[in-house]
Design a protein around this ligand. Structure first.
Ligand code: PLP
Ligand code: LYS
Length: 435
């Protein structure tokens, strides 16, 4: 076992295993770089959230934020686990439809939804649209005027909470591109506007304060802010929400510095805060919806690379380069994100060296890990980076015309290719000649 948090055993050959399969064999069979997910961990994460609500007897929806990792196979697993689905674009919605995801369990987000996106959502009768701005409301009204059936809508608001996370992944603060502002009266204005539209069924409020959050305090403050507004709406408009959606953002462990709470603790914190307010205001308990992305897939995924060139700068550092990098994991370059890793074919060999792991892109910032402890490494060794299941594949790019890596699912000793590795033909497939 590597650690409690990276629950991947080492087999008799000294190789790291995932889901009962030797990672070195996976690297040989499918090539590298390779994303590998242990599906049983995805299922366990989903069940932790769903079961906690059930055990507390609270009506809830757990929507998987598919931006973290969207593919047909992944959305089929989400469907099997009875999750709902958060999509933020036509592409994510299209993937969900291709996966046969139940349409009524899909929720559409986005701070700049196009007319086509909203039309696609309405035509497919998805479960709900989360309106983010006045433009959304106008588009929905224009597209649903003739409809007999109402479309369920939540309103995303920015509660003015600054979560303790990287600036780029903080979203619930006042100066944010997302949602209606609670403080300056925008949310109330939107609420009044929506009441005029017969085709819109207003279900309640949504907020998302940020991502990779390790405490419940930020969520509790957000709930306080929502209910401060809801108290006003109850008094003035006699309104009580059917749904309160508190978004995602539940943190995971990338390195030993990260101390996430168990999933049930986040859920219990949210439920307690909402209960406190509904009791005080004598309101019925609304359904609580959440949207975890990273906490469903993050720790279930690892990335396998082959080690190639090495550069030793005596007294400075030793670089080892791998056959992927910022094209399959932009997070270190974008957020200075940190990861842990092991040499998968030498998983039991004591560490003796410090190296820094470089990607292969023509960019000095293309570094995956600084100062990693490893045993003696050779060209051809396989490096396994942990906790790469969220925002890796989904944020991949073709920089330097590098094809996207493949994705393999493993579960109970069986491996299955679920996203094919791109070919060079794929890379040039939309290029047209100018000759
Ligand atoms: C509206 C919304 N919901 C859910 C998520 C998922 O966040 P996470 O992957 O941190 O759970 C995000 C991304 O931060 C988001 O913007
Ligand atoms: N993509 C980001 C987080 C943003 C999530 C979406 N609002 C990450 O890798 O951490």
């Amino acid at each position: 076992m590597i650690t409690n948090y990276h629950p991947f055993p080492v087999n008799d050959n000294g190789h790291l295993e995932i889901g009962g399969i030797d990672t070195v064999q996976l690297a040989e069979k499918y090539g590298t770089p390779l994303y590998v997910y242990d599906v049983s961990i995805i299922r366990q994460n989903a069940r932790d959230f769903v079961n906690t609500f059930q055990n507390l007897g609270v009506k809830a929806k757990v929507a998987y934020a598919s931006k973290a990792f969207s593919s047909i196979a992944m959305l089929q697993v989400a469907k099997q686990e009875n999750l709902c689905l958060d999509v933020v674009s036509e592409g994510e919605l299209y993937t969900a439809l291709q996966a046969g995801f139940p349409k009524e369990r899909i929720h559409l987000h986005g701070n700049n939804k196009s007319q086509e996106e909203i039309a696609m959502a309405i035509e497919n009768k998805i479960g709900c649209i989360v309106v983010d701005n006045f433009h959304d409301i106008k588009l929905i009204d224009a597209l649903t005027k003739q409809n007999k059936e109402k479309i369920d809508v939540l309103m995303r608001v920015t509660p003015g909470v600054e979560s303790h996370t990287h600036e780029y992944i903080m979203t619930g603060n006042e100066d944010s591109k997302f949602g209606f502002d609670l403080q300056n009266g925008q949310a109330e204005e939107a609420f009044k506007l929506i009441q005029n539209y017969d085709s819109i069924q207003f279900k309640g409020l949504h907020c998302h304060i940020g991502s990779q959050i390790f405490e419940t305090e930020g969520f509790e403050i957000a709930v306080d802010m929502l209910f401060r507004e809801l108290e006003k709406w109850k008094t003035i408009y006699n309104y009580t929400p059917e749904v309160v959606n508190l978004g995602g953002g539940f943190g995971i462990r990338y390195t030993k510095e990260d101390k996430p709470l168990p999933h049930h603790v986040y859920v219990e914190g949210l439920v307690k805060s909402v209960e406190k307010h509904t009791k005080a205001l004598d309101m019925p308990m609304p359904e609580i919806w959440i949207e975890p992305g990273r906490a469903i897939v993050g720790n279930a995924g690892i990335s396998l690379y082959t080690i190639g060139a090495m550069k030793d700068i005596p007294g400075v550092r030793q670089y080892i380069s791998v056959d992927g990098g910022m094209t399959d994991n932009i997070r270190p370059a974008l957020y200075q994100a940190k990861y842990e890793a092991v040499v998968a074919n030498k998983a039991n060999v004591p560490v003796s060296n410090k190296v820094s792991v470089a990607g292969k892109c023509c960019e000095s910032g293309d570094m995956l890990i600084w100062d990693l402890d490893v045993p003696e490494v050779d060209h051809g060794d396989v490096l396994a980076v942990f906790s790469t299941g969220a925002y890796g594949y989904s944020m991949a790019s073709h920089y330097n015309r590098i094809p996207n890596a493949a994705v393999v699912f493993v579960e109970n000793g069986v491996d299955k290719l679920v996203v094919k590795r791109e070919t060079y033909e794929d890379v040039v497939k939309n290029d047209l000649s100018y000759e």
